[in-house]
Write a protein that binds this ligand. Sequence first.
Ligand SMILES: [Zn+2]
Length: 236
Amino acid sequence: MFKVIKLKSLLIVLVALLLTAAILLTAIFCARKESAATAFSPLPKKTVVIDAGHGGADPGVTGIRTGVKESELNLKTALVLGEIFLSAGYRAVQTRYDEGSTAEGDFDKTADMKARRAVIERAAPDAVISIHMNKYQDASRRGVQVFYVTESSRALAENMQKHLNQTMNMPTLGREFEPLKGDYYIADNGSIPSVIVECAFLSNPIDESLITSADYRLRLASEIEISVARYLKESA
Ligand SMILES: [Zn+2]
């Protein structure tokens, strides 16, 4: 009898131990699974569309000193801007990735612009940044100027222009710009904040030599990304 009771007690202890072990293992497994799920479920990425203005048979304006094409500088600036956004964790979509136009077939400006709009609509971005170069009859005019069309783009334009004044315009020119409102098809995207950045005046030889430098384009693109990131964070 004593032996049976002892055996029973041992069995109970054994079952209790097994149960505890099973509970502990389940808890550890679940915790691991949860931390793995946390580690591998990324936050939804913000999307930006970057539009390198002109391209194909449309070179845009040309440099006063070297004749460099705006389309070429726009593309170089847009591509480096895209790289910066990608490395900051954004989804960056370009309207063109080479010197060709956005629309297929023979060059047609209207078709090209509509193809750019289609890229924007497909991407459903949080912001659109169109990259251009400026030109003015007074060759002394210099600096980075931001344009916008819709009221939903005003805050982005103001934030970006202010940031570019502090980081680019004031140090090199000692002057500030106000963002300008205009009527531009590419920046007219309903509720999506959209701006045009006129990166430099190709009618000015100093601006022309600055923007033809990869270092300057990288610096400008970094400041553009900072201002967009800050705006998207604040408006979230
Ligand atoms: Zn242009």
